[in-house]
Design a binder for this molecule. Sequence first.
Ligand code: OGA
Ligand code: MN
Length: 296
Amino acid sequence: MPITIQPIEPDRPIEFGAEVLGADLSRPQTQAEVAAIEAGMDRFAVLVFRDQRIDDDQQMAFSRNFGPLETASGDIMQGAARRLGNEVNDISNLDRDGRLRARDDRARLFGLGNMLWHSDSSFKATPSKYSLLSARIIPDHGGNTEFADMRAAWDTLDPALQTQARDLVCEHSQLYSRGSLGFSDFTAEEQARFAPVPQRLVRRHAVTGRLSLFLASHAGAIQGWPMPEARMLLRDLTEIATERRFVHVHHWRQWDAVMWDNRVTMHRARRYPSDQVRDMHRTTIADTGPTLEQPV
Ligand code: OGA
Ligand code: MN
């Protein structure tokens, strides 16, 4: 069956979020299938694949069609403490033995940072191109994921603000995002691993040529700007970029797989009951290089 791609909310003024029909992520993809999915990503930025019963090996193999995988070096759990392999981000509330994490569990508290608007791995020198999130176990309510279209947000900024923003360089770090929630007991090793990296505030998409904001709760400073002024501009832009008219809400079903373009979107997890298991596995495809090396 050939792949078809249908907008999820066809009556909206922005093209954002589509469902892919006829794809089977568990098996090798043809070149034509990969090209169709990439074209869908370029247009809709968020693609939903329903009923994909995949394991981590299949998820990694599918993801590699779109570029090299990142290692999960941004996770707080490293080495022997990890529940999943080194190329799979553990987006769950489970410990290594598959038990629910306690309320005061450090990894759980760190993971709450996913409820802040962000773009995956914007805190890495080379950030992420795509993420693919597979829903293995979901709670009986809550736990939606929201996506914001930063191309549409850019398009609606007034020209004076566009001019002001266009050449700015931000500093991104998980120390900033987690710090904004009061999570600050980082070890010396973590402080070094999470040292801020520079990222352009405005990017041009490599294929479509569209401009977009590149924001995340990881952004905590603007080069050359006084801190409060920088934080205030970032807050203002984030408020605009996450207006409901730019947001698509995904309501998970078990075995959904959702892929998004981190270069042009932000996303956040929503609250769910803390006594229920939510087990999501994420593979992350690296971009081609630091944003400062990409022309605007
Ligand atoms: C992620 C993430 C949101 C969610 O996987 O990168 O932010 O709803 N997930 O779990
Ligand atoms: Mn994320």
